[in-house]
Every structure is written in structure tokens, then in C-alpha cells.
Write a protein that binds this ligand. Sequence first.
Ligand code: ADP
Length: 380
Amino acid sequence: MLRLERRNRELERMVAAATKVRDHYVDLYESAPIACLTLDAKGAIADVNLSACSLLGLERGKKDHRAFESHIPKEDVKYWRQLLKHAKQSGHQQGCELTLRRIDGTRFQASLEIRYAEVGSASAISIVLADISNQKRREKDTMDWRKEMAELRKMQIAAQTATAIAHELNQPLLAISNYSEAAVKFLGAESPDLHKVTKAVQGCQRQAHRAGETIHELLDYLSLKEIQVEAINLNEIIGQVVDAARSEHELQFDSVLLLEDGLPPVLANRIHVEKVIFNLLRNGIEAMHESEVPQPSITVTVYTKGDVNSAQVTIQDNGPGVKEENLQQLFKPFFTTKVKGIGMGLAVSRSLIEANGGQLWIDPSEGPGATFHLTLPFAS
Ligand code: ADP
């Protein structure tokens, strides 16, 4: 009898200890900062902690066994059921993001972790819930910001394209205007020299043609179409471009051409190469004129760069050179020190040379004036 009483008291102590532990865990569950719910096998809310109550707007302590689905908008119910089915079949935890409806009808974005568990002979679904509305809002803000930046970038590219076209067209338009003025002047003479008039009109024709080609090339380049390359003779091109620069500028300059004999042909787009060399010459001529160099001179050297199987062109003038503080920005679009400059010439030139597989750079250590180098790959 005594033993039975002792055993009974021991059992009572064990029950009290177990109840204490259970109460402790119930308390932890209840007051956990994470929203937790348990659904019964039919999907009704069997247990819900404090955080989940406040998230869903449920009354604490009132267990009305409402269906969890009543918090899910109609359009998502089908998806929710599929998810539950999958969680049950796989036995794994499933995560999802859903819009949930509170009791008062307001909605919020939630992330849910769902797990199936066997409780005794019945199965239950435990859900951990979090309000991610703020995170979603931030994600949307970031997306909107990215879209805005992409729009701005597009506008910037459009502006750069328009500026580049204007820059490239300026030269031939100016020449056409000069040739036309000359033609009008020749025609106004008492006995017009028709040979001179013809020359001036031919000049207009050439320039108009060049302007058209330039636009096509530039648009092709900017739309990133495949560029047309061919094997070209650099020495020949340089001779022609120096002549063109001389005839299109009233400014006189000496030219020294040091062209490697028998230079193999390079593989490049002829118009791109002409345009770049013309740009470099024009910059040199303008710089020398601007600083009133007494004997303006440009040296163009062409030679084989043996180690990388390409040709190198060096264009050196005897102008003032580039100031050290400007070196970093020289090839950036819109950098200019000229009153009427646009600052696209070197930026476009570098892009063109790179598109042809070469490189364009300035060598600040070489003087007297500015020294630019460019490379182009040999055809074979
Ligand atoms: P822009 O000719 O419209 O100014 P560029 O991109 O061709 O545009 O040139 C940018 C700047 O680089 C020029 O404004 C000038 O300051 C400098 N520059 C280019 N070439 C030379 C040169 N040969 N000598 C001195 N400065 C140069």
C-alpha cells in the first residue's frame, strides 16, 4: 500500500514536471516573434501564436477553427492547394510567397514555410509566416529605379549618337559651304573661269558623298551590325588622307611620312581607318594652328609591330601637346578644350579602332607635340 502511494506521488511529480516543460514550450510558441500556425488535416486553424494572431488580425484565445483558406485570395486558392498536396506527398518543407487577407480585409505580402507533421494518428500542417510587404516594396522600388536608369541610359546613348552624327557631318558640310561660296564667287567674275567652277562643284560632290557614307557607317557602327572588313594597304590610305586633310584645311603644315616598305595589308574597314586618321590629323593641325606654331609639322610613321602581328601607326605633331591633367579624360565622350569642339572625335575614333581589332592611345612621354598610336591586325 505504502509502495503504491509512493509510486503515485512519483507519478504526480513526473506529470507536474512534464506539464511545466509543456507550459514552457507553449509559452515559447505563444510569445515567439515568428508567426506560427497549425492547421488540422482539413486545413482549419487549430493553433495560432500571438504573432500570427496580430498578423492575420485574429482574436487571441478565440479558437473558431476557421479555414486558413479564408485568408487566401480566391485567385490563389488553387495554387495553395497544389502546394499543400506537394508538401504532403514529398514530406519536405515547402516555401512560397502569397498575398494574405487579414480579418478586416486588408492584404499583405507573406512568405510561408509549410510542413506536414503526424500528430498521433492525425496529420497536421505547421506554417511559419512572415510579413514581407516592406521587402517587396523595396524590391519594387529597386526595379523601378533600374528601369529609370535603363531609360536614362537609352536617352544618353541617343544623345551621344545624335552628337556623334552632328560632329561627323560638320566637316563635310563646312567644306560644301566653302566650295559653294567659291563657285558663286567664280561665277560672279566678268569672265568666269569654268575650270575653277567645275573643280569647286566637284569638291561639293565629293563632300556630299563623304557625308552620306559617314552617316551610313556611323549608323551601322552604332547599331552594332557586323562591320565590313577587307585587306587594305595602310601606306596608301595614309597618303590619301594626308592629301585630303591638306586640301580641306586652309591651314598649311609640313608632313613627313615614314612608311615601312612592303608593309603587309591590314584587315579593317577602310572608311573607319580613313576617318580615324583624318580625325587625328585634324586635331593636330588645329592644335598647331591654335598655338601659332611657326612651322607646323606632322610626322606619320607606319611600321610592323612584330610581336602582335599588327601594324602600328604613329601620328606626331609639333603643337603644344596635351596637358597632363587632361590625359585621363581625352578619350571620354564630350571632353573638349576647344570653344566650338564637341569632344566626340577621339571617343568615336577609339571605338572604331577597337571595333576593327586594334587599339588607339596617346603616348604622353613622346614629344614635341601630341603623339598618338594606333594598331590594326594584319590580314594574314
Ligand atoms: P574635339 O576636337 O571636338 O575637341 P576630340 O575628342 O577630337 O574632340 O578631342 C578632345 C580634346 O583632346 C581636344 O579638345 C583637345 O583638347 C585634345 N587634343 C586632341 N588631339 C590633340 C592634339 N593633337 N594636340 C593637343 N590636344 C589635342
